[in-house]
Design a binder for this molecule. Structure first.
Ligand code: 5AD
Ligand code: SF4
Length: 419
């Protein structure tokens, strides 16, 4: 979602005649797009603003957008007096106001819902992967999570608006469509005739666009996986066989304290339904270790479920107490050193599983999507249907290629283009 917001902000500023630069000292406007999910990222914002303040031209305007802006509000101006703007994740389309009137201050952290989507200028060129938001906000109230506060309650975008944005992205270069939302599979929109559309409808319609070759979506809430969506994996070959469905913890006790609306058995039942629909499906997950009250046994259950499901790609985090959340004031907060120990242990297991899956891909042939050159500029990176980076040597990278995997390690694959 932040990547999407960043791209839209850059496109909007270009539309207003600005050019991008990597050099703070050259810039007329500088903004940080910020994340408030964990304290570490939030803590970095103010030190980064201090560095920008010292490096920038005296009359350059600067500020923050995104979730830390929403969280800090006017406080940000008290912390840094000459800051020019503080715009929440649903207000960044107002940036042009401050460009027109640089001597003013702009504060907007309202949860305006979908207004920004109507105000932003359309993109003129798309990378091969286009992120298309289908909904904003989240109605789940996981006790650790600040998102319902920073992004607000869930609102689904009108079906036709999403399809129009998808068709436009395809027309200006997108080959893969990635539908995004905090709770993407909760998408539900009822039009003026009373017809209700779900994520499966968006996928079916998108699959009809010839130039779109791959479709995926993220991030899904387990119990909102409806049968229409699961069934689609049987018939829609453009849907990648790869699903992000965070479990967060492998302990029923902790899941309940997190206010996740499922237990282990229910979660596994959903995965099994997907496997029946699409036997080659693989899953990725997010994990939080060191949630308040997490015992060694709870933690070991998380390790066990990771081994059982064999997640091929995961994001694991130490629990971070956040403002406005119930878990931050729970008893039995776990000491930092124990959280760190558990994270190291879990990561070692997750890395082994990922390496094992990557090695198992050797000799397989995948249709892959071109991403760009590697750091050295001499080799090309493609993405497999499981989103693994695959390095190939070719002088003539085509947007899609059939690639035979020759080797793999924990972080990437190597392959050869076949005809
Ligand atoms: N502490 C640590 N991780 C968190 N996440 C959300 N809130 C917190 C928190 N307070 C993680 C969850 C979520 C991912 C986006 O960030 O795993 O799925
Ligand atoms: Fe946060 Fe995701 Fe839970 Fe919503 S479902 S509250 S975004 S962790």
């Amino acid at each position: 979602m932040n990547v999407y917001d960043g791209l839209r902000i850059a496109a909007m500023l270009e539309h207003h005649g600005l050019e991008s630069t990597d050099n703070v000292a050259d810039a007329d406007i500088i903004l940080l797009n910020t994340c408030a999910v964990r304290a570490k990222a939030t803590d970095k914002v103010y030190s980064a603003l201090g560095r920008i303040r010292r490096a920038k031209k005296p009359d350059a305007i600067y500020g923050i957008v995104g979730c830390v802006a929403r969280e800090s509000g006017a406080d940000a101006f008290r912390k840094i007096r000459d800051l020019n703007f503080v715009l929440g994740p649903q207000s960044y389309h107002k940036l042009p106001e401050i460009i027109k009137n640089p001597d003013s201050k702009l504060l907007d952290i309202d949860l305006g819902g979908l207004e920004k989507f109507d105000e932003l200028p359309p993109i003129t060129k798309s990378p091969f992967v286009a992120y298309i938001p289908v909904q904003e906000g989240c109605n789940h109230c996981c006790t650790y999570c600040i998102v319902p506060f920073t992004r607000g309650r869930e609102i689904s975008r009108p079906y036709n608006d999403i399809l129009a944005e998808t068709m436009h992205a395809a027309a200006v270069g997108a080959i893969e469509i990635c539908f995004i939302g905090q709770n993407v599979n909760g998408y539900k929109y009822t039009d003026e005739n009373g017809k209700t559309y779900r994520l499966s409808d968006l996928i079916k319609q998108t699959a009809k666009i010839d130039s779109v070759k791959r479709i995926r979506f993220t991030s899904s809430y387990p119990t909102e996986m409806t049968d229409d969506l699961i069934e689609l994996f049987k018939t829609e070959s453009k849907l990648l066989p790869f699903l992000n469905m965070p479990i967060q913890s492998g302990s029923n006790n902790i899941l309940q304290k997190m206010n996740r609306q499922y237990n282990l058995d229910e979660y596994i039942t959903i995965i099994n339904k997907f496997k029946i629909a699409r036997p080659d499906i693989q899953i990725s997950s997010d994990f939080i270790v060191g949630f308040p009250g997490e015992t060694n046994t709870d933690f070991e259950q998380t390790v066990d479920i990771a081994k059982q499901i064999k997640y091929i790609n995961s994001y694991s985090f130490k629990y971070s107490p956040r403002p406005h959340t119930a878990a931050a004031i729970m008893q039995n907060q776990i000491p930092e050193n124990i959280k760190s120990e558990r994270l190291i242990k879990l990561d070692a297991v997750l890395n082994d599983i990922q390496r094992e899956f990557n090695l198992s891909c050797q000799d397989k042939v995948f249709d892959c999507l071109y991403e760009g050159a590697d750091k050295t500029g001499t080799k090309q990176i493609y993405r497999t249907p499981y989103m693994q980076p695959c390095i190939v040597e070719t002088d003539n990278p085509t947007p899609m290629a059939r690639i035979k995997i020759t080797s793999g390690n924990k972080s990437c694959l190597h392959g050869k283009i076949v005809d």
